[in-house]
Design a protein around this ligand. Structure first.
Ligand SMILES: C[S@@+](CC[C@H](N)C(=O)[O-])C[C@H]1O[C@@H](n2cnc3c(N)ncnc32)[C@H](O)[C@@H]1O
Length: 337
């Protein structure tokens, strides 16, 4: 079953013609590939996915995702930053998940230069500074309210903390050894542009690690996911990385322990995708002008309507981990939930 048990992170392998026929993230079966999971793997294996199965088209831009815009994300975090560390992280992004997700980033030297893009309150940065000296780490976010929380954390006091946009990074080309971004891509109006920026700012041989949501298959969860923000499909991540020029692209599935591997409701933090920059300089990918011009005036009523609908959809995703936690408590261990 695709809902194979996770223990913090699931070890997965995509193999041709082997194993069972797993469900992909559209609720359909992989035609040629089965998902094979190894259970109880102590060090969860990062496994490369070669998406030879057909790549699903992105949802059309006309489809409403109410908070997937910079201004809306800005206001969303104006309020959410007050409770973010206490309410959001325990349900979706626990410390053990964070450590599993950062493992493929290969933070193997304290002197590495690392940028944490969409670093917010610094929750992921706390995982990074376990391996890298804080003075070499920059936290960038578009929300001063989120960054204010990061500034208060003792372990992050030596980090550089700056405001900025993930799609237009204020770092020179070939600057960093590692690019990390956790839980931010879902707000970017143009994720491909953000990943192209990740490529640009990395040094030759540098590694990008993007941790983000995965798309649900259950109809109600799919509805709320589409209304709220971007929940990419696994193969979309892989394709964006490849388009940007990354090599050795790998995807590792993650999820809260109490979900027992269930992925049908999607996950806010569902995978950690990594890629290596094979040549110095900018990404070979050419893109047109930015999708969203934040300086453009907006109709306040439209903004408010979108914002309220988006926030309502987000509420559903606050409830899902609680529902899963209750199920985990009730259903005997070893049985699917
Ligand atoms: C779910 S929080 C994740 C925070 C942190 N990385 C963590 O692991 O807890 C998403 C963050 O992305 C930021 N963000 C959203 N869009 C952004 C953009 N275009 N540029 C920079 N930061 C952005 C938000 O302000 C917010 O702090």
């Amino acid at each position: 079953m695709a809902s194979a048990m996770l223990n913090g992170a699931e070890c997965l392998k995509l193999t041709r013609g082997l194993g069972f026929s797993g469900s992909n993230l559209h609720g359909r079966n992989f035609p040629k590939f089965g998902l094979v999971s190894s259970f109880g793997c102590s060090k969860a294996a990062t496994v490369s996915m070669t998406p030879k199965c057909s790549l699903s088209a992105s949802r059309p831009a006309s489809q409403p995702r109410f908070i997937q815009h910079k201004k809306e994300a800005f206001w969303f975090y104006r309020f959410l930053s007050i409770v973010y560390d206490h309410i959001i992280n325990p349900g979706h992004w626990t410390e053990d998940m964070r450590d599993e997700a950062l493992e493929p980033a290969d933070l193997n030297n304290r002197n590495m230069i690392v940028v944490d893009v969409g670093g917010g309150t610094g929750f992921t940065t706390l995982g990074i500074v376990k391996h890298v000296d804080a003075k070499n780490v920059t936290i960038l976010d578009q929300s001063p309210h989120q960054l204010a929380k990061a500034k208060k954390k003792e372990a992050l006091k030596d980090c550089k903390i700056i405001e900025g946009d993930a799609e237009d990074l204020p770092f020179r080309t070939d600057y960093a050894d590692r690019y990390v971004s956790a839980g931010s891509i879902e707000y970017w109006p143009d994720p491909q542009r953000g990943i192209k920026e990740a490529y640009r700012v990395l040094k030759l041989g540098g590694k990008a690690c993007i941790i983000g949501p995965v798309y649900p298959t259950f109809w109600l969860s799919r509805f709320f996911a589409d209304v709220w923000m971007l929940f990419p499909k696994e193969e979309e991540y892989i394709q964006w990385f490849k388009n940007a020029g990354f090599k050795d692209v790998q995807l590792k599935r993650i999820g809260p322990k109490w979900y027992r591997g269930v992925r049908r409701h999607g996950l806010i933090m569902g995978c950690s995708v990594t890629g290596v920059k094979p040549y110095s300089g900018d990404s070979p990918l050419q893109l047109g002008p930015k999708e969203e011009d934040v300086s453009k005036p907006i109709n306040p009523l439209v903004f408010l309507y979108r914002f309220i609908l988006g926030a309502m959809a987000a509420t559903y995703y606050v409830l899902v981990p609680i529902y899963m936690w209750i199920k985990d408590q009730i259903v005997p261990k070893g049985q699917p939930i």
